[in-house]
Every structure is written in C-alpha cells, then in structure tokens.
Design a protein around this ligand. Structure first.
Ligand SMILES: [Zn+2]
Length: 406
C-alpha cells in the first residue's frame, strides 16, 4: 500500500524480543533493568504487569503526526481537520493494542509451559514480553515464538473482514483498513528468520529439533539475525544516500538495534559454552575478611577498605558468621554517621542472604544473580560462608579459561 508512505517505514520497527533478562554480562544497572524501571505501569493482564516505556511517547507522536498529517488526508478528502489528528492518535493507540495482543500471544503459550512472564513493555520499537527462562524444548520454543505472529495474523484477518461492515462510517473504515494492513506488516516483518525476531526463534526451534543442540541452533539463528540486521543497515544508508533521510535513518537504526541483540546472543552462547561444566568453587574468592560485629563503619572503611583494599566482608560474632557487608550497604549510610554505626546494624543478615552452593554450575549462579538483581553471592556450605562469587570473578575466570583454551 504505497500511500502509507512514512508510516510503513516507522512500523517496520515492530518486533518482539523475549527471553531478555538472561544476559548475565549485563549488570543490574544495565539496559535490561533500565527498561523495567523507565516505564509507566498500566496494570496487569493475566497477572503480567504491563508497562509503557517513556520512548513510547516518541513513537506515538510520530505515528499520530504521520497518520493524521499525511496518511488519512491522502485516503479521505472531506474530514474536518481535527478528525484527521484525532483518528491519527486513535489509530496509533489501536496499533499498540494490537502489539500488546501479539505479546500476550507469546505470553499465554509461555505460561502454558509453566515459564513465568515477568512483564510486557511497550516501547519505541513495539513490544517486549520478558519471559523468565529459556523454553525447555524445541517444540515449546516453536509454539511460544509462533504465537505472536499468529495473533497478529488473526487481527489482520479480523480487521479485513470488518471493513464492509463499517463501510458507511469513514473514520472506522480507515481505522479497520489501516489495522488490517499494519498487522499483516507485523506478521511479515516478524517472520524474517533471524534472531531476535520471532521468525528467528522459529528457525532456532527447527534447527534445535533437527540437531538436538540448542546452543548450535542459537548460534546459527543469531548469525542469520546479524545478516538481516546488516541488510537493514545497508538498506538504510542506501536510502539516506538517495535522499530519504528520515526513512533511511529509521531502517538503519532498526538494523543497528537488531545487530546488537543478535551479537549479544552470540556472545552469550560462547560464554555459556566456555563456562559449561565449571562450578562456583572454581571461580569464587575464598578470602573474605572477617570483621567483628562491633566494628564501626568508620573503622571498617579506614582499616579494611582504604587500608587493605578488601571489598567483601563477613561479619562475625564470636565463632559465627552472622552477616555480610558490602560497599553498597556502607554507602547507604550518611558519612557523618559512620563513626557511630556498627557493622551489624547495616549488614545483610545471613539468613536473608541469597546464596549459592560451591558445586552450583557457574552459569546457573550467574542466572541466579540476574534473577535476584545482585552482583555477588556468598557461597555457603553447611551454614558456613566459604567464599564469595561476583560477576567480575566469573568474567575473570572466563578470561582465564578462554586464554588457556581449555
Ligand atoms: Zn513477537
């Protein structure tokens, strides 16, 4: 539909990115969490929190401008000026309702496989359903991935057949026509067989089923994803050179975003592969300074942190470890109170600590950090803290393994 013009280009950006949140290389302060925090809660559907990322307002404004300013005036000649803008805004909202239904499609199937869905966020490129874990088998992956485009296809069919029923009411006809078209675009775009698009997930599931090797399937799908991402970038640059600056920039931007996601996935697979079989006890630091519960924060900072360069502390009372102290906890106390505050008043008590066992797989430990939103975990055996494991420890261990090539 040629008259859609700039709107088409804008909406090529709709895509679904799920299974986010298991990128253990990202710190809790990184992109993953940011997106969770920079949003406006809209309520819950099926128990899943729905949020609106701030970037959504930009795409909403662009869509309303594009639809109300050029698409509708070109399609329908005799509307009052305000109606064009009103229908532009309504259409933009209905488009995102469609995107939300697409994400709910993925989510419902994930929930059927007992995989929790953390949230659904609407943002500049469409929607993201954050599904908490990798699907257990290729068939589950296939169904979860295909469910979104399937919902979009049903929406396209619905809005196609609704058109004759509303033919007398031009604004409704325009709305139905646009939604039929755009949901079809969403289906086609998402079926591109490169990760992180839905088609890439479907492709990965098929390769996974054939080879029985999930890691290899992920690597192949992610590399195909990178190929398509570069294709987008080149197309975008080519368009810009031909004078289509905004459209070209947008396509290139989408390509860049897809490339990032795909190469992060490639890195993650390599990382996971090198860590496989290695356990927490191999990477943890065994020597955490033991400090007395009566020590003040000032003494702790002067003697152990600035004096000794230590960063992890087990708080002892007599023979027993009763808690853990981190720099983060100290920073939460005003500096003026350091001299009068004891470590046991600020520490994380042992019984509340998230922890891992020494024989836990490193990969699993990283995923636990990710789920709990922490950067380090005490390693506990028989109620005794025997070490600490931080993300840096794992990355350091990873570098060593990689260097040795074992
Ligand atoms: Zn999707």
């Amino acid at each position: 539909m040629a008259s859609a013009g700039p709107v088409t280009l804008l909406l090529l950006g709709k895509f679904t990115y799920y299974n986010e949140g298991n990128d253990p290389l990202a710190q809790p302060s990184g992109r993953t969490i940011m997106m969770r925090h920079n949003n406006i809660p809209l309520g819950r559907i099926l128990g899943i929190p729905i949020g609106l990322d701030y970037s959504w307002f930009l795409i909403f404004a662009l869509l309303t401008w594009s639809l109300g300013g050029s698409y509708y005036p070109a399609e329908f000649k005799n509307w009052p000026p305000l109606l064009y803008w009103f229908m532009g805004a309504v259409t933009a909202i209905m488009l995102f309702v469609s995107v939300l239904l697409h994400e709910l499609g993925h989510s419902v199937v994930a929930l059927r496989f007992k995989i929790p869905v953390r949230s659904i966020t609407l943002f500049i490129f469409g929607g993201v359903a954050q599904i908490a874990a990798e699907p257990p088998k290729a068939f589950a992956e296939f169904l979860i991935a295909i469910a979104g485009p399937f919902v979009s296809l049903l929406l396209a069919i619905f809005f196609y057949f609704v058109q004759p029923l509303v033919a007398d009411v031009e604004p409704l006809l325009g709305l139905a026509k646009y939604l039929a078209y755009i949901n079809l675009v969403v289906v086609l775009f998402n079926l591109i067989p490169g990760y992180p698009l839905d088609g890439g997930r479907v492709f990965r599931a098929i390769v996974w089923a054939i080879t029985g090797n999930m890691r290899r399937a992920t690597l192949i799908a992610a590399n195909v994803g990178r190929f398509f991402a570069f294709l987008f970038i080149f197309t975008g640059v080519w368009q810009m050179l031909r004078g289509n600056i905004v459209g070209g920039l947008w396509i290139a931007f989408i390509g860049w975003f897809l490339e990032n996601a795909a190469s992060a996935q490639v890195q993650q697979v390599m990382f996971q592969g090198l860590l496989a079989g290695h356990r927490v006890s191999q990477a943890m630091r065994r020597h955490c300074a033991a400090v007395s519960a009566d020590l003040t924060l000032q003494e702790l900072v002067d003697e152990y942190i600035l004096g000794g360069g230590q960063r992890c502390f087990l708080v002892q009372r007599g023979e027993h470890t009763i808690g853990m102290m981190t720099l983060h906890r100290i920073k939460e106390v005003a500096r003026a109170e350091w001299a009068t505050t004891r470590t046991d008043q600020v520490m994380l008590p042992l019984d509340q600590l998230k922890h891992v066992a020494p024989d836990t797989e490193l990969w699993a430990a990283l995923q636990k950090m990710d789920r709990d939103g922490v950067n380090q975990l005490p390693v506990i055996r028989d109620h005794q803290v025997i070490g600490m494991l931080s993300r840096e420890d794992v990355i350091g261990f990873f570098r060593t393994v990689k260097e040795l090539g074992t």
